[in-house]
Design a protein around this ligand. Structure first.
Ligand code: NAD
Length: 498
C-alpha cells in the first residue's frame, strides 16, 4: 500500500476506512508523514459499539473457560514479542520517543498481556463463611462493552494496560487512542486478530476525543470507561459517568515532588532526579517536576545536577544513544515555552536550558532542551500546573515539616520520590506523602504486579496488579439453599404440608 493511501481501521471485526476526515500521523522529529488515516466518525462509533455488544453476546468469549481466554492472551503477548522491533520502530515514528524507550514500552505491553493471561486463569472466586443453611459464594461476571481511551505519551503500553485486563475478564473493548498517535493501537488490533481473538471483540477508533471519546462515554451499551489522559478530560468523563451510574477509572495528570534529604547519596539522587524528570522528554504523568533539596546540600547538589543535565543527549530518536527525543508537536512545545516564560516572569531564573536548540539536527523536530528553573515558590503556577515537558523547578528547604506541607500542597497526588540513606526517616516521610506511588531511593520504576493510580486530581481507581482484572468485572453473590425444611417465616414444614 502506498504511503498516500489511508490505513484501514478496525470497526466491529472489519478493516475499512473510517468515515471521518482524512489526517496524517507525523514523525515529531521531522514533521514527515508516517501514515494517512481516515478518522472514525459518530456512525463508526455506533457500529463499533453494536459490533462489540454482539460479539460479547454471541462470540462465546465471555463463556470460555478462563484458561481458554488466557491462551489467546498468551498468544497476543508472544506475537507482540515476535514483532517487537517493527512495533518499536513504528512507535518511534508515531510519537518521537527514542528507540530504546519504545523497545521497553513494547516489551512492557507484551508483559502486560502475559500477566493478565496468568491473572485470568488463576483468578479465584470464593465460598464465603455461611451464616445459615446455605452456601454463599462471591463471583465475578464480565461487564459487556468497555471503552478504553488513551493518551499519546506511551502508546501500546497504555493500551495494553486496559485492553489486556478487559479482555481477560471476558469483555469486548472499543479502544480510542489519542488522535495523533493511532498507529500502535491499530497494530495491536492486527495482532489480536492473528492471535485468534473473536471478530468484533476489539475495535479501534482513531480521531478526535471531543467527538469520539465523548460519544463512547455517553453510549448506553458502554458499561465502563477506562481513561488515561488529562485531568480536565477525566473530570468531563466523570460527570457523564455519574449521570449513567457507570463506573470509571481515571488515570490523570501529576506534578510530583522529589525530595533530596540532607543525608542522600548524591550520585544516586542526581541520576534518579534526572531520569525522573527528563526521560520521555518530561512527557510523563509521573515526571518528578518539583525538586525539593535540603538547603545545606542545595548548592553542591544543584551544581552536579546541572552539569549532568547539560550532558543529556537530545536528538534523533532513531539513534540508540539518544536520551531525549522531540516533544510531540509544535503546539505542545509552545505550551512548554509559555510555562517557562511564566516562571521567569514570576521571578524565577534559569539554571539550564529554556531556549530552543539551534543547528541543523534540531531544525525540523519539536525539540526542547532539559530546563531547570529556580528562585520560585511552590505556590507559583509553574509548580502547581502540569507542564508535561522537560522542565524542573528546584526549591530549597530547611524545615522538614514545612517540606512535607509544600510537597503535599498540590491538587495532584500521583507520585513522589525520596532520596535518603536513613530508612526510618524515609519510611516516615513516605507514609506522610500524599501520592499513589512513592519511590524511595529510586524513581519511575514499575511492575505490572503493583497497583498504580492517583489521589485527588490525579485520578480514580487503580490499574495493574493481579486484582486489576476485577475493575472490568461486576461482583455477584450467589446463595445455594441447603435447608431440609422450607424457610421458617411462612410457617410451613414437611409435617403440615400436603
Ligand atoms: P487528553 O486528556 O487531551 O486526551 C486523552 C485521551 O482522551 C485522548 O484519546 C483524547 O482524544 C481523548 N479525549 C479528549 N477529549 C475527550 C472527551 N471530551 N471525551 C472523551 N475523550 C476525550 O490528554 P493527552 O494530552 O492525550 O495526554 C496527556 C495527559 O495524560 C497528561 O495530563 C498526563 O499526565 C496524562 N497521563 C496520565 C497517566 C496516568 O497513568 N496517570 C499516564 C499517561 C498520561
Amino acid at each position: 500500500m502506498s504511503i498516500d493511501s489511508s490505513l484501514p481501521i478496525c470497526i466491529a471485526g472489519q478493516w475499512r476506512l473510517g468515515r471521518g476526515e482524512r489526517y496524517a500521523s507525523r514523525y515529531p522529529a521531522t514533521g514527515e508523514v508516517v501514515a494517512w488515516l481516515n478518522a472514525a466518525d459518530l456512525q463508526d462509533v455506533e457500529d463499533a459499539i453494536q459490533g462489540a455488544h454482539q460479539a460479547f453476546l454471541h462470540s462465546g468469549w465471555a463463556q470460555r473457560k478462563p484458561h481458554e481466554r488466557a491462551a489467546v492472551l498468551y498468544r497476543i503477548a508472544e506475537l507482540i514479542r515476535q514483532h517487537g522491533e517493527d512495533l518499536a520502530q513504528l512507535q518511534r515514528q508515531d510519537n518521537g520517543k527514542p528507540i530504546n524507550e519504545t523497545r521497553a514500552l513494547v516489551a512492557s505491553a507484551a508483559g502486560t498481556f502475559q500477566f493478565f493471561a496468568a491473572a485470568c486463569e488463576t483468578l479465584e472466586e470464593t465460598i464465603t463463611p455461611s451464616r445459615g443453611d446455605f452456601v454463599s459464594m462471591s463471583l465475578y461476571e464480565p461487564m459487556g462493552v468497555i471503552a478504553a481511551i488513551t493518551p499519546w505519551n506511551s502508546p501500546i503500553t497504555s493500551e495494553a494496560q486496559k485492553v489486556a485486563p478487559a479482555l481477560a475478564a471476558g469483555n469486548a473493548v472499543v479502544l480510542k487512542p489519542a488522535e495523533i498517535t493511532p498507529l500502535l493501537a491499530l497494530q495491536l488490533a492486527h495482532i489480536c486478530d492473528a492471535a485468534g481473538l473473536p471478530k468484533g471483540l476489539l475495535s479501534v477508533l482513531p480521531g478526535k476525543g471531543s467527538l469520539l471519546g465523548d460519544a463512547l462515554t455517553r453510549h448506553p451499551l458502554v458499561k465502563r470507561v477506562s481513561f488515561t489522559g488529562g485531568t480536565r478530560t477525566g473530570k468531563h468523563i466523570a460527570h457523564i459517568a455519574a449521570d449513567k451510574m457507570m463506573p470509571v477509572s481515571l488515570e490523570l495528570g501529576g506534578k510530583s515532588p522529589t525530595i533530596v534529604l540532607d543525608d542522600a547519596d548524591l550520585e544516586h539522587a542526581v541520576a534518579g532526579v534526572l531520569y525522573g524528570v527528563f526521560s520521555s522528554s518530561g512527557e510523563s504523568c509521573i515526571a518528578g517536576s518539583r525538586l525539593f533539596v535540603a538547603q545545606h546540600l542545595y548548592d553542591p547538589f544543584m551544581q552536579r545536577l546541572v552539569d549532568a543535565a547539560s550532558q543529556l543527549r537530545v536528538g534523533d530518536p532513531a539513534d540508540e544513544r539518544t536520551q531525549m527525543g522531540p516533544l510531540i508537536s509544535a503546539e505542545h512545545r509552545q505550551s512548554v515555552e509559555r510555562y517557562v516564560a511564566m516562571g521567569l516572569a514570576a521571578g524565577g531564573c534559569l539554571r539550564l536550558g529554556g531556549e530552543r536548540l539551534g543547528g541543523p539536527a534540531y531544525e525540523r523536530g519539536f525539540y526542547y532542551p532539559p530546563t531547570i528553573l529556580e528562585g520560585l515558590s511552590n505556590r507559583q503556577q509553574v509548580c502547581q500546573e502540569e507542564i508535561f515537558g522537560p522542565v524542573l523547578v528546584a526549591l530549597p528547604f530547611t524545615d522538614e515539616a514545612q517540606l512535607l506541607e509544600q510537597a503535599n500542597d498540590s491538587l495532584y497526588a500521583l507520585a513522589a520520590g525520596i532520596w535518603s540513606r536513613d530508612y526510618k526517616r524515609a519510611w516516615d516521610l513516605g507514609r506522610k506523602l500524599q501520592a499513589g506511588t512513592v519511590w524511595i531511593n529510586t524513581y519511575k520504576q514499575f511492575s505490572i504486579s503493583t497497583p498504580f493510580g492517583g489521589w485527588r486530581d490525579s485520578g480514580l481507581g487503580r490499574e495493574k496488579g493481579r486484582l486489576g482484572i476485577l475493575q472490568y468485572m461486576e461482583q455477584k453473590s450467589l446463595y445455594w439453599g441447603m435447608n431440609q425444611q422450607p424457610l421458617a417465616w411462612a410457617g410451613l414444614s414437611r409435617e403440615v404440608a400436603p
